[in-house]
Each structure stands twice: as C-alpha cells, then as structure tokens.
Write a protein that binds this ligand. Structure first.
Ligand code: SF4
Length: 95
C-alpha cells in the first residue's frame, strides 16, 4: 500500500468509526428513555417507579428484559425503560 493510499484508508476508517459511534448513541438515546409517570400506558397500568407491594417489583416480573440494571426494558413499554423497583398492574411473577 502506498503512503497516499494508506492515508486515505485511515481517513476513511476514522470517518466511518465516528459515523457508527454517533449512530449508536442516537439509537441508544431514542430506545432507552425512562418511562414517565404521565405516559398514557404507565397511567393505564398504574405504573410507579417504587413498588408499594412487598415481593412484587419489575425486577421479578416476567415482562422485564435485559441485564440487571437500575433501569431496564419491559415488554409492555416498547422503547422505554422501567425501574427495577417499579411496579404496574400487569405484574406477573417471573417463572
Ligand atoms: S409489566 Fe409492569 S411490573 Fe412488569 S416489568 Fe413491566 S412495568 Fe414492571
């Protein structure tokens, strides 16, 4: 590879990398917004960030997804994150 070609290649690689990184961040931000209490689905399901029922929380609900983290995706709230300590009327024990 000549010097010129290598320089062009590196420039191209750097540009692609930045593009991919920015794309990833945008995707992350739009797909991982914490659910708001005034969200229509949250209201309908009486979702709360802090469960008032002992032994029932998003962390042990069958609809929770993803790895153990404070905020995780839930099958009932597509594109949103629910609190591990949260709760809603659709709670169902994880089998
Ligand atoms: S269905 Fe309700 S209780 Fe279960 S994880 Fe989702 S928000 Fe939490």
């Amino acid at each position: 590879m000549s010097n010129v070609n290598r320089r062009d290649f590196l420039k191209l690689s750097g540009t692609s990398l930045i593009g991919m990184t920015l794309g990833g961040v945008t995707l992350r931000a739009s797909a991982q917004e914490q659910v708001k209490l005034d969200d229509p689905t949250a209201k309908a399901l009486q979702y709360t960030h802090e469960s008032a029922i002992e032994g029932q929380a998003c962390s042990n609900c069958m609809h929770i997804q993803g790895d153990a983290a404070d905020w995780r995706p839930c099958a009932l709230f597509p594109g949103k994150l629910v609190n591990n300590n949260g709760w809603c009327a659709a709670w169902s024990k994880k089998p």
